[in-house]
Design a protein. Structure first.
Lengths: 103, 624, 492
């Protein structure tokens, strides 16, 4: 058994990834990039699950990652469909352009 | 035979219902026949009942006729009943007979008016309600009649409904008397609470046993009933409605003043005299109210220009005499004066009606004049009425009744010289204003041509009333006391009064009455310039204006009550409680408007919100 | 089963009226009228011939129907009628018939739907008066509310959206408080006895601490005070009455307000005697304020319908006082006032409706001098104005008199203050008479007098109010046993 990566490292990496993704969501205007950033955040969460699962020698973490993968796929397909629709309507990928739905 | 009693009020009421429902479809003559006939029949039945009552007195001198069960309180039925004793007998006789004469007169007086059937319907209802009032054996029926009378006065004062001022006068009458009525209603509650019955006789028997003389509950109850009485009888301070009530047709005024309405208060106090006897404070108050009223009203009567307003103030003043009599415990004197007053006041009003009709509906006496030769018969009867009003010694009915009151004011245990002086001054003023009216109207030169001469139906009642205004007093001479001994089952036998000095007092009263007449003669016929000289003096001029306005009571109430009330009405008409709810609604909308700004529709703004929320939430978790 | 039919007939009649809307307007009106007449016939027959009521007779109920509805939750269809219900059901049917007749010429738009809503509201009100299961009661409470909302919202006057929404929010909010209290009663009783039921007769015996009782009572009180309406929950009333079509105003004033008073008498008094004793004085003071406040506000109004609506606030103050004076005289008076006010104010609203049909306005500035062109209309107008000022001879006087006598036993101060309302009543009633019927006609108007249909309708109401005034004994005798049985719970 090779020396395992400490739990903290994995979690710090996933935290950094998550923060990066969040920053991307918040500062990018292009909706495709925002979608990509969301993917990064999801994967950061997945990484955290896997790390934790490895630490406790439980399969649950990997199972959860499967869930996240499936969900991310579904999310991307719906999201991309919306992006296409958005582009049809507004002729732009700028998310701020689609702010007419405010209450 | 006494069972016919129920027909006496029922006939006028039946007449009312018939006229109210179908009157418009009938010809005028039929209306007159129904209206007058119902009262005439009622008078006839009253006489029959009276003969029977006197000839064959019922047990205890009271006849009771039960009507029907009206309500129930805690399972106890409340039954309406009529009761007839000598007091109510005198009342129904006067009401139906004087009422009949006034109706007869009206058939001609109102002939060319719109709403002929309406007039007779209301008049019938008026007489019917008054009869219910005086025959009532319990407080509920009394109150029904009491309110009915108030309603009819409203309807009849506002008979010429097109004019807004008439409506105002009518409403004033109803509202002012209603204020008194509510007091009386609460008095009824009070008596019911303590005696568990509405029957007047039972209450009057129980009251002196339960309540000691001068106990606070007795005083309170008596005061509440007094409130009702002064409202209806137009005594100070609720007298303001009566002068304005002249807005109605003249026969209505005659009916209000002579036979119905204003005498109701006198009747009420006489009927409940037992209650007032155990509340001596209130009795003194009645006497003072009477004395004050008779002086105030007599002063106002002296300076009026409208002939009907003179008579109105004169009624207030004469009712003041009756209150004075009631206040000193001279119950039968009050009822006696009520009777003679009914005759001569009806006479005066009806004669004044003749004059007004003859002068083309002119009311101002100073625009009339010289009618002595143009209308000789109305002149004669008017003088008889005025003489009776000013208590011309020995020959008039008014003399005997007023003398009775003045003597009682002097001799009665609760009387005093001060009350007597007030009465004697009032008598002096009375004869001045009564003959001032005669001299201004009938002497001098004619100014307006005669537009209508009275026919048979207007003359006959005048002659009959003139007869009674003179001879009606002889049933109660100071020596014989037929009248008061007839009433003694109700009021008890009057104690023997000390006789010494009676002659002097009577002589003084006669002298005062004659000198008043002479003064009027001097000022308005012999030396008119004297009156002018008086008016020149600023003090007398302003006093005259003050009296003319009825001692500014109207202005006072207007400032004190009416205007503040309508100010409140105007201020609150938008319902400030509603404003509270509207405020809540606006507050919600304001919050909504502010919160909605956060909904920018900007996706990244929402994401930021989620982030901040999550950070804050995690932060709180960590800190804890 | 007769009680169920009483409700089913108007429901079915309403549906029939709606279905046949396309065919024939007259048919719709006659269907509505017919179903109500049939209902009245049923009631009258049952009244005269008690044996006709075949259901199990259970003292003190004259007739009872009790079948399970949702037995798992202890909900039954429990209907029963006693004297109080009987007179109120009779009033409902009477005013229901009047409101159908008075819509005869007024409503032309979607008449089928109109009569559907009208009859369903009436069915809800009938249900309220005979439901003895609290869940069922709440069900009828809502059934009454929703069609009424549509009556105002669709067939109302200018400002109908605002008025109907306000009406709905107020009464619905009150109703939710009541729902909470009903559920609280249900659970408290269930915990204590193990029987989870909504049945009135079982819930009567619920035992709870004074604090709990007070809060549970408050929920009921709020709902009923909004309906009554008591100050300060009245602001929905002037708007709703003013904007509703005539039939709606008649039902609102004549019946809906009475459901509040009925609820107080039927539920609040016997279930929470201690809490009632606690709030009796505040409630009576609210009543007094209502009497005076309503009368003063009535005087300030320019819209005749709004004026009459505020007089309702004033009159219902007497009901509130009578209920919380809580002795048999005052309670009988309160019931009398419910009936007398239902008829007299209903009639006044009908009269305003008749005037509005003719001159197309409700503003009293545009009225005056109606006596000469329309003496019959004016006669009934003045008659009902006099009834509303409490003149002896009309039912209102009997009612107010009894309430005041009963209250006098409890508190003389409140009686005196309430009696001052009688003076104010004269002021506003005569104000109506002066501004509308007396005076000089404002403009040359060609006012047609009442038609035969209208005379029939008005004389029926006049006869009813006079009958109540001159011979109220039958009503009082019918109601008395009910009031006695409610009094048994009183702690005073």
């Amino acid at each position: 058994m090779m020396a395992s990566v400490p739990l903290e490292h994995g979690l710090i990496l996933s935290g950094i990834l998550f923060a990066l993704g969040l920053t991307g969501v918040l500062i990018r205007k292009n909706i495709v990039f925002m979608l990509m950033s969301v993917e990064i955040m999801l994967n950061a969460a997945g990484l955290a699950f896997v790390t934790a699962g490895a630490r406790w020698n439980q399969p649950d973490g990997q199972i959860m990652f499967m869930f996240i993968l499936a969900m991310a796929a579904a999310e991307v397909s719906v999201g991309l469909a919306l992006v296409v629709q958005l582009y049809h309507s507004f002729k732009t990928l700028n998310a701020d352009a689609a702010s007419i739905m405010k209450g | 035979m006494l069972n016919l009693l129920v027909l006496i009020p029922a006939l006028p009421l039946a007449g009312f219902i018939l006229l109210a429902l179908r009157g418009r479809q009938f010809p005028a003559a039929a209306n007159a026949w129904i209206g007058t006939g119902s009262i005439g029949l009622s008078a006839l039945f009253s006489i029959m009942v009276a003969i029977n009552f006197v000839g064959n007195p019922p047990e205890g001198n009271v006849f009771i006729q039960t009507l029907w069960t009206w309500m129930q309180f805690d399972g106890n039925p409340v039954t309406l009943s009529f009761s007839l004793d000598s007091l109510s007998l005198i009342m129904i006789l006067v009401i139906t007979m004087v009422g009949f004469l006034i109706h007869l007169y009206s058939t001609e007086f109102m002939r060319n008016e719109e709403g002929y059937s309406r007039f007779f319907a209301f008049m019938n209802l008026f007489v019917g309600s008054m009869l219910i009032l005086v025959l009532a054996g319990d407080f509920l029926l009394l109150y029904i009649g009491w309110e009915g009378v108030g309603l009819c006065s409203y309807l009849l004062i506002g008979f010429w409904y097109r004019d807004k001022d008439n409506g105002k006068a009518a409403r004033k009458a109803f509202i002012v008397t209603r204020i008194g009525d509510v007091g009386m209603l609460i008095g009824i509650f009070l008596l019911f609470l303590h005696f568990e019955t509405f029957n007047i006789q039972s209450v009057m028997q129980a009251a002196p046993k339960t309540w000691q003389i001068g106990s606070s509950l007795a005083i309170l109850a008596a005061f509440l009933f007094l409130l009702g009485a002064i409202g209806k009888s137009a005594q100070v301070p609720l007298q303001v409605w009566l002068p304005d009530a002249m807005a109605g047709p003249t026969p209505v005024s005659a009916l209000i003043h002579a036979a119905t309405m204003v005498t109701a208060g006198v009747y009420l106090i006489a009927r409940l005299h037992v209650l007032f006897e155990i509340a001596p404070v209130i009795q003194t108050m009645i006497a003072i109210i009477g004395a004050v009223t008779l002086l105030i009203a007599a002063c106002s009567a002296m300076v009026q220009r409208d002939i009907k307003r003179v008579l109105a103030y004169s009624t207030i003043s004469q009712i003041g005499y009756m209150f004075l009599a009631l206040g000193v415990g001279a119950w039968s004197a009050a009822i006696f004066h009520f009777m003679t007053h009914a005759f001569f006041k009806a006479l005066l009003f009806l004669a004044a009606g003749v004059v007004i009709l003859a002068q083309n509906h002119e009311h101002d006496m100073f625009n009339m004049g010289g009618l002595r030769s143009l209308l000789p018969l109305p002149f004669v009867v008017f003088v008889i009425g005025a003489a009776s009003l000013s208590a011309l010694p020995l020959v008039t009915a008014g003399f005997y009744s007023k003398d009775f009151i003045l003597l009682s004011a002097w001799y009665s245990p609760s009387g005093s010289a001060l009350l007597w002086v007030a009465g004697i001054i009032g008598a002096f003023l009375t004869s001045i204003y009564a003959f001032r009216m005669v001299f201004i109207t009938f002497f001098g030169v004619s100014k307006i041509p005669i537009s209508h001469r009275p026919g048979f139906f207007m003359i006959t009642p005048l002659i009959i009333l003139a007869f009674f205004s003179i001879f009606g007093g002889y049933i109660e001479l100071p020596e014989t006391h037929h009248f008061s001994s007839f009433l003694s089952p109700v009021f008890g036998i009057p104690g023997e009064q000390p006789i010494n000095g009676e002659g002097v007092l009577e002589f003084g009263a006669s002298l005062v009455s004659l000198s008043g007449i002479f003064l009027a003669l001097l000022f308005y016929v012999l030396r008119p310039e004297y009156a002018g000289a008086f008016r020149e003096v600023p003090f007398f001029a302003s006093l005259g204006t003050f009296w003319f306005s009825g001692w500014k009571f109207d202005a006072l109430y207007d400032r004190l009550l009416v205007r503040p009330f309508f100010l409140i009405v105007r201020k609150s008409k938008n319902d400030f409680i509603d404003a509270v709810y509207t405020g809540i609604a606006y507050l919600n909308r304001a919050i909504h408007n502010n919160l909605v700004r956060t909904q920018t529709g900007n996706l990244r703004w929402y994401a930021m919100g989620i982030t901040v929320g999550a950070v804050v939430f995690l932060g709180i978790l960590l800190v804890r | 089963m007769i009680l169920a039919w009483l409700i089913i007939i108007p429901l079915a009649g309403g549906l029939a009226a709606w279905l046949f809307e396309k065919k024939n307007a007259l048919f719709v009106r006659w269907t509505a009228l017919g179903s109500l007449l049939l209902d009245s016939l049923l009631l009258a027959f049952g009244w005269i011939q008690p044996a006709f009521f075949t259901g199990p007779v259970n003292d003190p109920w004259m007739i009872e129907l009790n079948v399970p509805w949702i037995p798992q939750l202890g909900i039954n269809i429990h209907l029963a009628m006693d004297g109080l219900s009987l007179v109120l059901v009779a009033l409902t049917l009477f005013l229901g018939i009047i409101s159908v007749i008075c819509s005869w010429r007024e409503i032309h738009d979607r008449i089928g739907a109109f009569h559907l809503n009208l009859l369903w509201t009436l069915a809800g009100i009938l249900g309220i008066f005979i439901a003895l299961d609290l869940f069922l009661f709440y069900f009828f409470w809502e059934l009454m509310l929703v069609p009424m909302y549509f009556l105002i919202n669709i067939w109302g006057h200018e400002n109908r959206m605002y008025a109907s929404l306000k009406f709905f929010i107020f009464t619905q909010a009150g109703g939710l408080f009541m729902l909470v209290s009903i559920l609280a009663l249900y659970f408290i009783n269930g915990k204590a006895t193990g029987i989870y039921t909504f049945d009135y007769s079982l819930l009567l015996e619920v035992d709870m601490g004074p604090k709990t009782a007070f809060f549970v009572m408050s929920g009921f009180f709020l709902a009923f005070a909004v309906k009554l309406p008591a100050i300060p929950f009245h602001p929905w009333l002037p708007d709703a009455h003013t904007e509703a079509p005539t039939a709606g105003s008649v039902i609102l004033a004549g019946l809906l307000l009475k459901t509040g008073a009925y609820g107080l008498i039927r539920f609040v008094l016997p279930i929470f005697p201690d809490a009632v004793a606690m709030i009796a004085y505040p409630a009576m003071i609210l009543g007094v304020i209502g009497i005076i406040y309503g009368a003063i506000l009535a005087l300030g109004q320019k819209d005749l319908k709004r004026l009459i609506a505020y007089t309702s606030v004033s009159h219902m103050g007497f009901v509130l006082i009578g209920i919380f004076a809580n002795n048999s005289t005052a309670l009988s008076g309160a019931v009398m006032q419910m009936i007398a006010h239902g008829i007299s104010t209903g009639a006044l609203f009908v009269i305003v409706g008749l005037i509005q049909e003719r001159i197309h306005t409700r503003s009293i500035d545009r009225m005056g001098g109606f006596w000469s062109p329309a003496p019959r209309l004016s006669t009934v107008g003045i008659l009902f104005a006099l009834a509303s000022l409490g003149l002896p001879g009309f039912g209102n006087f009997v009612a107010e008199f009894m309430v005041l006598v009963g209250t006098f036993r409890v508190s003389s101060v409140i009686t005196v203050l309430a009696a001052s309302g009688l003076v104010l009543a004269v002021v506003y009633s005569l104000w109506i008479v002066q501004r509308v019927f007396h005076g000089e006609p404002i403009e040359p108007l060609s006012l047609t007098d009442l038609s035969a249909r209208e005379i029939g309708m008005m004389s029926a109401m006049a006869a009813a109010i006079l009958w109540l005034g001159l011979y109220p004994l039958p009503v009082l005798t019918i109601v008395e046993p009910v009031i006695d049985s409610i009094q048994q719970y009183s702690v005073l």
